[in-house]
Design a protein around this ligand. Structure first.
Ligand code: GLN
Length: 376
C-alpha cells in the first residue's frame, strides 16, 4: 500500500500506509474507543472537521452495508486504524471498508502505533493534524498542521444540515437490539408531532422517535422559532451536531424563543445549545469522550447507564442558573452529562440514547420525551 503521514501541530509525525482515498486533509485528531460500529462512526455528521483514530486494533472485519448508516454520507476528515482487516466476514456486508472510504473521498491510514498516538493525545490534548498521501515531508506537513484552523469558534453545522424540511417515517431496523424494551413502546394511541431540528442529526434518533409512534418533521438547524411553531409541534427535538456550539447564535436564539412554549429534548450538541440558551457556558474538554462504554450516573434514579458518546465540548456546571439542574453526571470525570429545566418541560443529555453503535441502557429517555409531550 502507498505511504501516508499524519503530522500534528506540536511536531509529532506518524508514518503509515494509505487506504481509501488519497490526498491531503486537516482536522482535529481525536480517538474513539468503540470496538465495533465503525460504519455508524464514519457516517455520524458530528465528526465533521475531525480525523478519527480507532483504539480497537483491527477494523473493517465485518465490512460495510447500506443499512447501518447514520446520515446520507461520510462527513469526517480522515480515518486512522492500527490494522485494516484484509478479509471481511459478515453475511450483511456489501462492500469493503477501503472501497467505502475511497468512494466517499475520505483518506484512511493504517499501520501506525495507534496506542502511542492516543496516549499522546490523552497527555497533550486533542490537536490539529494533517493527514497526507501527497506531501510526505515532515517539516512541510507540520507547518501545514500549525497553519490549519482548529474547531473552536467555527460553525460546522451549516456544512452538514439538510437543505429543507422533510417528513421522517423510517423506523428502527429489525437489527436494532431493542427486544427487551420493545413491549414498552406505545404501538398505537397518541401520535405526538415532533419537530426535529437537524444540526447534523444521527438518523437513529428519528428512527427511535418514529418507533415510539411519533410523527416526525425534520427541519434544518437554521430554522427560526416561528418556522418551528408554524408546524404546530407537540415537542421539539434538538439534535447532535459537529463542532463548537458557541458560534451558533441563530440556534441559541430559536431555542430561547421555544423554551416554555413546547417540550424540548436535546441530545449532545442539542443539550449544549439548550444549556447555552439558559445562560450556561461551554468549555472544551482536553480530549473529549468518544466511545461506547462511558459510565453515566442518573442522579434521579441512582442508576448507572453505560452510554455511547461523542463530544469534545461540555457544559460548565459552575455557570448553571437557578432554574436548571444537573440530572446526569459522567462518572469518568464528573462532567455534566444531563440537564433539566426546573420550570419548563426541557431536558437534554450529553450522550447518545439512540446508541448506534452502543448500548441501549438510555433508551428510556425517548419514552420520557414521549410522556412529556402527552403531559404537556
Ligand atoms: N455529538 C455531538 O453532538 C457533539 C457535540 C459537539 N460538537 C461536541 O463535540 O461537543
Amino acid at each position: 500500500m502507498p505511504a501516508a503521514k499524519l503530522a500534528l501541530e506540536d511536531g509529532t509525525v506518524f508514518t503509515g500506509e494509505n487506504f481509501g482515498a488519497a490526498g491531503e486533509i486537516s482536522g482535529e485528531v481525536v480517538f474513539n474507543t468503540s470496538m465495533t460500529g465503525y460504519q455508524e462512526i464514519l457516517t455520524d455528521p458530528s465528526y465533521r472537521g475531525q480525523i478519527i483514530t480507532m483504539t480497537y486494533p483491527l477494523i473493517g472485519n465485518y465490512g460495510v452495508n447500506p443499512e447501518d448508516v447514520e446520515s446520507s454520507g461520510l462527513k469526517l476528515s480522515g480515518f486512522i486504524v492500527r490494522e485494516l482487516s484484509r478479509r471481511r466476514s459478515n453475511f450483511r456486508s456489501s462492500a469493503a471498508l477501503e472501497d467505502y472510504l475511497a468512494e466517499a473521498g475520505v483518506i484512511g491510514m493504517s499501520g501506525i502505533d495507534t496506542r502511542a498516538l492516543v496516549k499522546h493525545i490523552r497527555t497533550a490534548g486533542a490537536m490539529t493534524g494533517v493527514l497526507s498521501t501527497t506531501d510526505l515531508d515532515d517539516d512541510s506537513l507540520v507547518a501545514k498542521a500549525k497553519a490549519s484552523p482548529g474547531l473552536v469558534g467555527r460553525d460546522l453545522v451549516n456544512e452538514v444540515i439538510p437543505e429543507k424540511s422533510y417528513n421522517w417515517d423510517e423506523k428502527l431496523s429489525p437489527w436494532a437490539n431493542v427486544a427487551s424494551t420493545i413491549e414498552k413502546q406505545p404501538a398505537s394511541g397518541p401520535q405526538p408531532h415532533v419537530v426535529a431540528i437537524d444540526y447534523g442529526m444521527k438518523w437513529n434518533i428519528p428512527r427511535h422517535l418514529a418507533d415510539m409512534n411519533c410523527r416526525v418533521t425534520v427541519v434544518p438547524g437554521t430554522a427560526t422559532s416561528a418556522e418551528v411553531l408554524a408546524l404546530e409541534p407537540d415537542g421539539v427535538f434538538l439534535s447532535n451536531g459537529p463542532g463548537d456550539p458557541r458560534p451558533l447564535d441563530y440556534a441559541i436564539r430559536t431555542i430561547q424563543e421555544l423554551l416554555g412554549k413546547k417540550p424540548i429534548f436535546g441530545i449532545c450538541l442539542g443539550q449544549q445549545l439548550l444549556g447555552l440558551a439558559t445562560g450556561m457556558e461551554i468549555y472544551k474538554l482536553k480530549f473529549g469522550h468518544r466511545g461506547a462504554n462511558q459510565p453515566v450516573m442518573n442522579k434521579q434514579s441512582g442508576c448507572v447507564e453505560i452510554t455511547s458518546q461523542n463530544h469534545g465540548f461540555a457544559l460548565d456546571a459552575k455557570t448553571m442558573p437557578d432554574d436548571v439542574e444537573v440530572t446526569h453526571v459522567n462518572l469518568n470525570d464528573d462532567t455534566v452529562s444531563g440537564i433539566r429545566h426546573k420550570t419548563h418541560a426541557a431536558f437534554g443529555v450529553q450522550y447518545h440514547p439512540e446508541a448506534s453503535a452502543g448500548p441501549h441502557d438510555s433508551r428510556y429517555l425517548f419514552e420520557q420525551f414521549y410522556q412529556t409531550m402527552l403531559d404537556d
